[in-house]
Design a binder for this molecule. Structure first.
Ligand code: S3P
Length: 790
């Protein structure tokens, strides 16, 4: 995307672009018809980017033309087409919708007289398309091959030549309507033009365009004009306006636009606008009734869904995270530090947060959740259930109220369910959705759409599910056919899991809740058991016999209260931080210490870490404790394979610990690490090598030559640097980013980590907490403000 910088200028604002295409102009001569805001802005952008050898314009208002020529924007201007048209290979019609037909008549005239080539590209910028095509058909017997109707979705309340801004189109969409008569080159060249001025181009047929725009642009304008009119015609209108607050100002902002233009648009797109208005009237009536009925649950559901949907759609379209779209491509710049101390609370457990939404939604009655992790991944699950009609209040400081809809109360989502970066959401939801009456589509961000999904799809098919993954590697998007279309219930199966994965186990157990008969999964090693525990807490019987877990289909869940403990996987970063650094002591309060998650504690203890647990208790069926960890001389070990599933998410930071240990650490049996948010074996090895650590990648693990040196008697010898400095690429994997942050406690120089925006998926507030205990993490949000500031 080009960058457009404003340069100082006396009268009119002139923006000087750093052009993408300086070398070859795209056109010999562009003729802009109509020097209003859009026409003049496009002219300025064409000029600034050197996109045409000559630029001419036609307008009925001579002063605009004169100003354009005087300011060097235009090479020529005329009141009529024939004065300037000769030599043009692109005409841009930027006049009001209703005036376009007359312009077509003029164009036909100059074509017939031989002033204009018959293959000249002719486009427009009007916000309705059906009527433009109808006008062209009325004027030309056969549509010109260069005619490409288009619509830049950009504008401002200010109009006219002097309001022009070359950067008006940057990051805006332009819709091009392909006609059967248009030649291919015309489309290509028009697309190049719009992209060169910073826009994103997409194609659409005219009818679809007009219907979409009726909903997204024309209806909001109509409502804004209408609300202002309603207030203005009120008896006490003066007071109304005097006390009108921000809400009114925001809502009515677009009513400051040109009335004539909107008058024309409303007629030009009459039928699509009328049907959008009818839909709106129905929604308004529904809301009116909810207020009359004081139907609090339904009203909260509607408002909550609308609030979340507004945020969600933006992220979904951009395939970006939920919480902070502006933080894409953020990085950490971390200066070396030596010691961490303090007592801190870590955010809620991700796995338990996901499950609280799922089971709370499927339960009968209300579920109150506290300690919910407001990270991207758990929010993706929350949004999915809202999309399926569940009313969920919050999150508000980790508190949620879920109004359960019962085992058969989910409704089909109107759009594909978007899981963002969250593998847990997608895999567990697949199980639930495979058993629903309705069809569903599940999709994720670019990274999630590369992760293996056949591991859940294949056993679900054995249960009778109809589920389609994408491509030869069986990834998402996933398309799931509902029970009503399959025509039968899922069937309970006995499934021997090839890998110890809690996600596969949970997916199948959840599907088993609706299956005919018993669903039994046998895991090769113990994996986290939060699904089993929470099902029991919601009153659903789960049979556990060693590594065999079974559920009977057809039961029900009863809502209750869930207190989510702090996430031991997030605590792990600070546990390692204290273990590897000098004179450190940290206490992490009320961390979940479910024995299926404490592999990190066992492994660190085997490495000679100083860890103790206190205040041990249970919350919501899960054991919790305060964890205190102090500096120690770590020793390299061979990590027992049985501990691998119990510490599956903690290996990136364990590799940092191993680098600081004395002697070699060998990890085997951890192939699963290759299919996490990144290939965590390869990506960690790359980063470790950048920081000067000797390590060898194996098929199922990593061998790390620790650089720690022997302690002197009882004295701990962990002050010498282990890592150098350097630039780490996280591959947008949250745990990679946080692990290398911890390395800064034993680094000799600054470490920068690129792609840290995904830290929000599991640990919002990580950098702040790291700084609070003594580290020096600076967050560079990666936002280029040059355009906003212009
Ligand atoms: C999770 C299970 C683990 C883990 C993931 C969360 C869960 O995945 O890596 O972060 O909540 O069930 P696998 O079970 O696939 O190993």
């Amino acid at each position: 995307m080009q960058k457009i910088n404003k340069t100082s200028n006396s009268q009119a604002q002139v923006y000087q672009a750093q052009p993408l295409i300086k070398a070859q102009p795209l056109f010999q001569q562009v003729c802009i018809i109509g020097l209003g805001l859009i026409g003049a802005s496009l002219a300025q952008a064409i000029k600034d980017n050197g996109l045409s050898k000559r630029l001419v314009a036609v307008d009925r208002y001579a002063p605009s033309l004169e100003a354009g020529i005087e300011q060097g924007l235009l090479d020529a201007g005329g009141l009529t087409l024939s004065e300037v048209i000769t030599g043009s290979d692109l005409i841009v019609i930027a006049v009001p919708v209703q005036a376009v037909e007359a312009v077509f008549v003029d164009i036909k005239g100059v074509m017939n007289s031989g002033q204009l080539a018959s293959d000249c590209i002719i486009t427009d910028v009007c916000s309705t398309k059906g009527n433009i095509i109808a006008a062209a058909k009325a004027v030309f017997t056969t549509l010109p091959i260069g005619l490409v109707p288009a619509h830049p979705i950009a504008g401002a309340e200010n109009s006219g030549y002097h309001a022009r801004r070359a950067e008006l189109f940057v990051n805006h969409s332009v819709i091009i309507c392909k006609l059967p008569t248009t030649n291919y080159m015309s489309i290509i060249k028009l697309r190049q033009l719009w992209e060169a001025v910073g826009a994103t181009v997409m194609a659409m047929d005219a009818e679809h365009h007009d219907s979409i725009l009726a909903h997204t642009s024309h209806l909001p304008h109509l409502l804004a004009f209408n609300l202002v009119e309603q207030l203005a015609s009120h008896d006490d209108n003066l007071d109304m306006f005097r006390y009108a607050a921000g809400g009114f100002r925001d809502f009515s902002r677009i009513a400051a636009s040109d009335p004539k233009m909107w008058h024309d648009i409303f007629f030009a797109n009459q039928s699509a606008i009328v049907s959008a208005l009818d839909e709106y009237s129905v929604c308004l009536q529904t809301m009116r009734q909810l207020i009359i009925d004081k139907d609090s649950t339904a009203l909260m559901g509607l408002l909550g869904r609308a609030q979340a949907a507004r945020r969600h759609f933006g992220h979904m379209l951009a395939s970006t995270p939920y919480t902070d779209i502006s933080a894409m491509s953020a990085s950490y710049v971390i200066s070396p530090s030596t010691t961490v101390t303090g007592t801190i609370a870590i955010p809620g457990d991700k796995s338990i947060s996901h499950r609280s939404i799922m089971l709370g939604s499927l339960a009968e009655g209300v579920t109150h959740v506290t300690g919910f992790l407001e990270g991207e991944d758990a929010l993706a699950t929350l949004q999915a259930f809202r999309d399926m009609g569940v009313t969920i209040e919050g999150p508000n400081k980790g508190r949620l109220t879920i109004h359960g809809v019962g085992m058969n109360g989910l409704k089909p989502s109107k759009t594909p369910l978007y899981m963002g970066n969250s593998g847990t959401s997608m895999r567990l939801l697949s199980g639930i959705l495979a058993a629903q009456a309705f069809d569903s589509v599940l999709t994720g961000d670019t990274s999630l759409n590369k992760r293996p999904m056949e591991r859940v799809a294949a056993p679900l098919r054995q249960m009778g599910a109809v589920i389609q993954s994408t491509g030869t590697s069986g990834t998402s998007p996933l398309s799931i056919t509902g029970r009503d279309n399959v025509g039968k219930l899922l069937q309970g199966i006995n499934y021997d899991m090839p890998v110890a994965s809690a996600q596969i186990k949970s997916c199948l157990l959840l599907a088993g809740l609706w299956a005919d008969g018993t669903t039994t999964v046998t895991q090769p090693e113990v994996s986290r058991d939060h699904t089993e525990r929470m099902l029991s807490a919601f009153g659903y019987e789960v049979t556990v016999d060693g590594n065999r877990i079974s559920v009977e289909g057809g039961g029900k869940l009863t809502g209750g209260d869930i207190a989510v403990p702090a996430d031991i996987s997030s605590a792990a970063f600070f546990m390692v931080a204290a273990a590897i650094s000098k004179g450190s002591e940290l206490t992490l309060t009320q961390v979940g210490v479910n024995p299926t998650r404490t592999g990190i504690i066992d492994i660190l203890k085997l490495m000679n870490a100083d860890i103790s647990l206190s205040n041990e208790t249970h919350v919501g069926g899960e054991p919790v404790a305060d964890i205190t960890i102090r500096s120690s001389n770590l020793m390299g070990i061979e990590i027992p394979e049985s501990l691998v599933p119990l510490a599956i998410d903690e290996f990136p930071v364990l590799f940092i610990a191993a680098s600081c240990a004395q002697g070699r650490t060998v990890l085997t049996g951890a192939k699963e690490l290759r299919v996490k948010e990144s290939d965590r074996i390869v990506v960690m090895a790359e980063g470790l090598q950048t920081l000067g650590i000797d390590c060898t990648v194996t098929e199922d693990g990593l061998i790390i030559e620790g650089k720690g040196i022997e302690g002197n008697g009882t004295e701990i010898n962990n002050s010498q640097p282990i890592f150098g400095g350097g630039h780490i690429v996280s591959h947008h994997d949250h745990r990679i980013a946080m692990s290398f942050t911890v390395a800064s406690l034993r680094a000799s120089q600054q470490i920068t980590i690129e792609g840290v925006e995904t830290v929000n998926t599991s640990f919002p507030g990580f950098a702040e907490l790291a700084n609070q205990i003594g580290m020096a993490v600076q967050v560079d949000s990666g936002i280029d403000n040059s355009i906003d500031n212009a």
